[in-house]
Design a protein around this ligand. Structure first.
Ligand code: AMP
Length: 563
């Protein structure tokens, strides 16, 4: 029986983004965004190790990307699922440990907002995230002390929020270009049913690549190579280019930059940027075409187009989409917040709460899953699909295979995902050996793949002669990591000191002022130095009202300078 005095578990949705992360809660029949310690709903997915070895997450860490690049990490979602280690000062982190720190910060914000501990959330992932990337996301949540009630694909989350808001769409294409990933989803609303027909994408294409392309172009124009630029100076240039990219829609942008004794200038307008971005814009087309093909639709069959993700603010991207579809995309809802709102809506849907009680969502497996087999005599390494891409999930599919020779004692089941005929070109997921009782005959086996609603896979092998069954749940070990590495991650995070939440507004302003000083020159720099001195003195006074008033004024002044 449930204790009536205990608060009901909060229905939370988290958008764990490459660039920014958000948390939303379902309250009083609607999804609401939860503000962080600064009162803002976007928390940059950036982690920094402060001078006193405490961990900073969010805007303060974001500002330190310029001033302390060797102690700060951003865009680590791009490495989720890989074994890459990221150094912050003297400490080393995995991408899932850094993601856990972001999730921990969002969890704290939710607890402060709701006034009670939270333990569970729906977390969104790019539709095109692989099995391993999903498992690492689950592990990041575990490290942050959060149970994941469901992993939801980002465009599907967006679709849920849009669907509820609009209550009218029929066939829709969701174009989701975030900081690091690109997803295209074709779906159909026939409320209360939301049916995903196809999801495709590119896990290595996002707004960050557009900034990187600008960096390469300006370095080429200046005949410089990144290796010859000091890390902090290069970070400052990247930061300036990121801001320039976001202001291109306002007209031609110029930048001045110093490297040692030399100064450099560069100016760029939208059409110049489009030329630089041509290869990236071209890469956006293939997943769109494939999603439409898989959904058996033509562009004219779509009733609407929805843009999601911060990078869809780029006019070049909007123009490309408008040209491809011959119509303007629908984008009156905020592309930054829609995924978190949809994830909270999904949490409510799962809990069968209020307005969403009736909503039924079907999703798809965005890629083909299969095993490595021999094709013909002596040709090994062929990819045999078991679940084809864009099959509705949950799903369970079976295929029959045979041992390759008599007296065989084991069968190796190697699981891959991808769309290429040879496993070497696809993504390896897992492998295991199934023992067989040796016999004179070739033996038959049925391999069953069951793919659940979170996008996690289970493999069952049934040996037909002996009737033996072997089950291999790929999601039961929540990462490809061994028990020892998982334990190490838990211990490493437990020993970290996290910067106190209530001190974050002041710490963030100091970090912003330092960054602004680094980025400015001359009179402006002197003015910022004065602000930095004044604020440091005011902080020493420990007068909370005075501190708050100075903080507010200086934050406004920095906003006006766009620093
Ligand atoms: P998201 O992961 O959805 O938060 O998207 C972040 C990406 O959107 C980053 O690469 C940003 O540079 C990009 N972005 C955000 N706002 C703009 C803008 N106004 N113009 C161009 N790109 C933007």
């Amino acid at each position: 029986m449930q204790d009536a005095t205990l608060p009901r578990p909060a229905l939370l949705g988290i958008d764990l983004g490459t660039t920014n992360s958000l948390i939303a809660v379902w309250q009083d029949g609607q999804a609401r965004l939860i503000p962080n310690a600064l009162g803002e709903v976007l928390t940059p997915s950036v982690v920094s190790l402060d001078e006193d070895e405490t961990i900073l997450v969010g805007k303060a860490a974001r500002a330190r990307l310029t001033t302390h690049p060797e102690r700060t990490a951003a865009a680590f979602k791009r490495f989720m699922g890989s074994d890459r280690q990221i150094e912050l000062g003297t400490k080393t982190f995995s991408p899932e440990e850094l993601s856990a720190l972001v999730l921990g910060s969002l969890k704290q914000d939710a607890e402060a907002f709701l006034g009670h501990p939270v333990a569970e959330a729906v977390i969104s992932v790019p539709a095109y995230f692989s099995d391993e990337q999903r498992k690492r996301t689950l592990f990041a949540a575990e490290l942050a002390g959060l149970k994941v009630s469901r992993l939801i694909n980002e465009p599907t989350a967006a679709a849920m929020a849009y669907g509820l808001h609009e209550q009218k769409f029929e066939r829709t294409l969701i174009f989701d270009l975030g900081g690091g990933t690109f997803d295209v989803t074709v779906l159909e609303y026939a409320l209360p049913l939301i049916e995903v027909h196809a999801s495709t994408g590119d896990n290595f294409l996002g707004g960050e690549d557009f900034t990187e392309a600008l960096l390469q172009a300006c370095l080429k124009a200046w005949q410089l190579t990144p290796e010859h630029i000091e890390a902090q100076n290069l970070a400052s240039l990247c930061d300036t280019l990121e801001q320039l990219k976001c202001k291109l829609s306002e007209g031609t942008q110029s930048l001045n930059w110093r490297n040692g004794d030399s100064s450099y200038e560069w100016s760029l307008d939208e059409s110049g940027a489009v030329k630089i971005w041509e290869p990236l814009l071209a890469r956006l087309r293939a997943p769109i075409e494939q999603a439409l093909r898989d959904a058996r639709l033509k562009p004219r069959d779509l009733d609407s187009l929805v843009l999601v993700g911060g990078a869809t603010r780029m006019p070049a991207v909007q123009q490309m989409v408008a040209t491809l579809f011959g119509r303007l995309p629908y984008r009156h809802l905020d592309p930054d917040t829609i995924v978190a709102l949809g994830a909270a809506t999904q949490a409510a849907c799962k809990a069968r709460d209020g307005a969403v009680e009736e909503l039924i969502l079907t999703d798809v497996c965005p890629y083909t899953l299969g095993i490595s087999t021999n094709r013909g005599e002596g040709i090994s390494g062929a990819f045999s699909p078991i679940i084809e891409r864009n099959t509705i999930i949950p799903t369970s599919r079976v295929q029959r295979f045979y041992t390759t020779h008599p007296q065989q004692e084991t069968i190796r089941i190697a699981v891959y995902q991808g769309e290429r005929p040879w496993v070497r070109d696809n993504i390896f997921i897992d492998a295991f050996d199934v023992p067989v009782t040796a016999s004179e005959q070739i033996q038959a086996l049925d391999v069953r793949f069951s793919y659940d609603i979170n996008g996690l896979l289970e493999v069952d092998v049934n040996l037909l002669d002996s009737g033996e069954r072997h089950s291999h749940s790929i999601d039961r070990s929540p990462t490809g990591l061994d028990e020892q590495s998982r334990q190490n991650s838990h211990e490493r995070l437990a020993t970290l000191k996290i910067h106190p939440r209530d001190a974050l507004p002041n710490r963030t302003l100091l970090a912003r002022l330092e960054r602004a000083w680094t980025q400015s020159l001359g009179d402006e720099r002197e003015r910022i130095a004065d602000w930095l001195d004044t604020f440091t003195t005011v902080l020493g006074s420990q007068q909370s009202e005075e501190i708050a008033s100075h903080r507010s004024q200086l934050n406004k002044a920095l906003d006006q300078l766009r620093l």
